[in-house]
Design a protein. Sequence first.
Length: 76
Amino acid sequence: MTMFDPANHDDNPPMDAAFLSGMKPSKRGRPKLDAPKVEVKIRLDANTVAHLRGSGPGWQTRVNEALGQLVAAGQI
């Protein structure tokens, strides 16, 4: 049985300087946001956190929206 030799395979382009100069790095992950969120640490009462977590998945997003509405209304 012979081993596969990529150097002798017709589909492989030559890996010379001209080929490598045309390569671009891949872009992985999520696209950059215009206004990325900032991670913060905040200490809250245990019963407050239990209530918020008990409201189900997405509770942090809902808290962010509620705080945003209060800020927009000038209440905090």
